[in-house]
Design a protein. Structure first.
Length: 550
C-alpha cells in the first residue's frame, strides 16, 4: 500500500496541509484522514487535529472532535491554532488513512505520511506579509463574540479579526525617522490616528478628496499639526495605500497593500499588507507620491505609466506599475492576463470586483484547459467608489456565480442565514453585531497568484481592482512578485482558508430538492469520489497540491 502524501503551505498564522492517498481510489471503505500534530496543543506532547463533524453531525456546543475518531473527509486541512509563540518553532504533522465502517474503523499506520515544518515569522528575506482574519461569519467568531459588542469587548473582537494587521502600521511608524505616503481613506480611530497623534517626526501624506468622497476631513483636521497633508482631487479616486520610511531624507523601506487605513480595512474586510526593506522599491513609490502631491490631471500621470525595472528583494523579483494608463492602453492588466494564459499548473484569484471581462475569460480558459483554478469574489449590492457602474458590476457577479454553479470553482462570499443555518452551527451576520450595524464584511483583496504550488510562482497584488477604472481613471499601484515560493505559499494558505470557508456556505445555500438538517461525515468513500475523477476541480487540486515540482 502507498503512503499518504503530505505537503504543507505555511503562513505565519496557519498551516495548510495538502493530502493525498492514491490507494483511496480503490477503497470503498476509505473514511478520511487522521492527522496528528507534534508538539500538541496546550503543552501536550501530541494532539490530534480536530474536526467539527462526526458521523452524527456537529459536536454538541460546538466542541472539537479529534480526527482519529472523526476522520477528516477533505484532501486539504488547516491547523489554524498558530499564534505568536508558535512562530519559529518546528512542528511535525503526521496523517494516516482511516478505513472501515462508522462502527468499526481503524487507522492504517503503515500508510502514514508526515511533514515537518518551521512556522515562519511574518518578516523574512526583507519582506513582511500580513493577512487579517476578517471573517465575522466564522463559527469561531460566532462562538467567541455573540451579542452586542461595545467597549472593551468590541476592541477585542476587532483585534481578533485584524489578526495582527492592526499592529503593522503603528509598528512601521515606530521604526520611521520620517514618513511619506499616499492614503485613500484615513479614518481608523482605534490604532492608526492615535498613533499619528503621538508621532513626532516628519510626516507627509497625499490623501483622496473628491466632490463625492471627503471621508478624510476629520483625520486631516485632527492631525494637521502632526502631518503635512496634500489633497488629490483630479483622479476618479486616489486609491493608493502606502507609506515610505525615510532616513536622512532617503527612502529605505515600503509598506503597501490592499488595506485602507480604516478600522474596517484592518479588521472586517479581507485584506493584506506587505513591507519591503528595499530602498530601490521604496524610491519608486516615493517618486509616485511626490508626483501626486502636485495634483496633476490624469492625462499627465498616465504619461508615466509602465512597468518599472525588476528589483531583487530577498529571493523575490519585484516590479511595480502605477496606473492610470492612457485610455488606449492597458499594459498593467494585460500583463496579468498574459501570465494567466502562460500558467503551468494553477491560477487562484481573490478580488473585490473583477469586472474586466478579458481577465475573467483568461482565468476561466485556464480552468477549462485542465489547470487548477479557484476563485473568491465579493458579492455586494452596489458599486465601490471609482469602480464600474452598477450594471457592469452586476454582470460580472452573475457571470462568475453562474460559472461557479456549473464548474464549482468560483464562489461569491456568503454566510449561514438565520433560520437557514445547518443544525449544530451558529447562524451568521454580515457585519459586526450591534445597532447601528457597522463595519460590513466583504472581500477587499486584489490578488491573482499563478502556479502558487510550484518553484516559480507569480503574484499580482496591490491596490488595483481588476476593473476599467483601476486601469484608466484611478491612482493605483500593482506589484508583480516572481520566484518566491515562500510568499506564494502564504497567499495560497490564506486564500484557501477563505475559499473553503465561503465555499461551504455557498454550497449550503444552493437551492436543493432535499434540504439536509446539517453536515455529517459520510459512512463510506463517497466523500472522496470526485477527487479521483479526472478533470474535476477536486482531482486537479488533489494532484497539484502535493506535487513536489511541476
Amino acid at each position: 500500500m502507498e503512503l499518504v502524501k503530505v505537503k504543507a503551505y505555511l503562513s505565519p498564522t496557519l498551516v495548510l496541509l495538502a493530502l493525498d492517498w492514491p490507494d483511496g481510489q480503490s477503497r470503498r471503505d476509505f473514511l478520511g484522514f487522521a492527522i496528528q500534530r507534534e508538539p500538541g496543543f496546550l503543552g501536550r506532547p501530541k494532539s490530534w487535529l480536530p474536526n467539527r463533524l462526526g458521523f452524527d453531525g456537529p459536536a454538541p456546543k460546538g466542541e472539537d472532535l479529534p480526527s482519529d475518531r472523526n476522520p477528516i473527509q477533505k484532501f486539504m486541512w488547516w491547523d489554524a491554532r498558530i499564534d505568536d509563540k508558535d512562530r519559529g518553532k518546528t512542528i511535525t504533522y503526521t496523517a494516516m488513512p482511516v478505513v472501515g465502517s462508522r462502527n468499526s474503523f481503524r487507522g492504517l499506520d503503515q500508510c502514514r505520511g508526515s511533514a515537518t515544518v518551521t512556522i515562519p515569522l511574518p518578516e523574512a528575506d526583507d519582506i513582511g506579509t500580513y493577512f487579517n482574519r476578517a471573517v465575522v461569519s466564522s463559527q469561531a467568531f460566532s462562538r467567541k463574540f455573540r451579542g452586542r459588542l461595545e467597549g472593551r469587548r468590541l476592541d477585542q473582537a476587532l483585534a481578533w479579526l485584524a489578526n495582527g494587521l492592526e499592529k503593522v502600521i503603528p509598528g512601521y511608524l515606530d521604526d520611521a525617522e520620517a514618513i511619506d505616503g499616499a492614503i485613500y481613506h484615513l479614518t481608523d480611530e482605534t490604532w492608526i490616528i492615535p498613533k499619528l497623534e503621538t508621532f513626532k517626526r516628519p510626516a507627509s501624506f497625499v490623501y483622496n478628496e473628491t466632490r463625492k468622497d471627503n471621508q478624510n476631513e476629520e483625520a486631516v483636521e485632527r492631525l494637521q499639526d502632526r502631518v503635512a497633508f496634500t489633497k488629490r482631487t483630479r483622479a476618479s479616486i486616489m486609491h493608493n495605500k502606502f507609506l515610505v520610511n525615510l532616513r536622512n531624507g532617503k527612502p529605505v523601506s515600503l509598506l503597501m497593500g490592499s488595506a485602507n487605513f480604516t478600522t474596517a480595512g484592518l479588521s472586517t474586510q479581507a485584506n493584506l499588507m506587505h513591507t519591503f526593506k528595499s530602498p530601490e522599491l521604496a524610491s519608486l513609490y516615493l517618486q509616485r507620491k511626490r508626483l501626486l502631491e502636485d495634483d496633476p490631471p490624469i492625462k499627465q500621470t498616465a504619461e508615466h505609466a509602465g512597468w518599472s525595472r525588476e528589483i531583487q528583494v530577498g529571493n523575490a523579483k519585484v516590479r511595480v506599475f502605477f496606473p492610470p494608463e492612457p485610455t488606449d492602453q492597458r499594459e498593467s492588466i494585460d500583463t496579468v492576463i498574459a501570465a494567466v494564459r502562460e500558467a503551468k499548473s494553477s491560477v487562484i484569484f481573490c478580488l473585490f470586483m473583477p469586472t474586466d471581462a478579458a481577465l475573467r475569460q483568461a482565468i476561466f480558459d485556464s480552468g477549462d484547459a485542465g489547470k487548477m483554478m479557484f476563485g473568491l469574489v465579493n458579492k455586494i449590492s452596489d458599486r465601490g467608489p471609482g469602480d464600474e457602474p452598477l450594471d457592469a458590476a452586476a454582470t460580472a457577479r452573475v457571470e462568475i456565480y453562474h460559472r461557479s454553479r456549473r464548474k464549482r470553482d468560483v464562489f461569491a462570499h456568503n454566510l449561514y442565514p438565520k433560520k437557514g443555518h445547518p443544525a449544530g452551527f451558529w447562524w451568521e451576520v454580515a457585519s459586526l453585531p450591534g445597532k447601528p450595524a457597522k463595519w460590513p464584511v466583504y472581500i477587499h483583496h486584489k490578488f491573482v497568484v499563478i502556479d502558487a504550488e510550484t518553484p516559480h510562482p507569480i503574484i499580482y497584488t496591490g491596490s488595483a481592482n481588476m476593473s476599467k477604472n483601476a486601469v484608466h481613471r484611478n491612482d493605483e499601484n500593482l506589484l508583480e512578485i516572481k520566484d518566491s515560493p515562500r510568499l506564494a505559499a502564504i497567499y495560497l494558505a490564506e486564500f484557501m482558508r477563505l475559499y473553503e470557508h465561503y465555499r461551504a456556505r455557498a454550497m449550503w445555500n444552493r437551492p436543493a430538492k432535499r434540504r439536509l438538517q446539517t453536515y455529517k461525515l459520510q459512512e463510506d468513500a463517497r466523500w472522496a469520489r470526485r477527487a479521483y475523477e479526472e478533470s474535476t476541480p477536486e482531482y486537479k487540486s488533489r494532484i497539484n497540491m502535493v506535487a513536489d515540482t511541476l
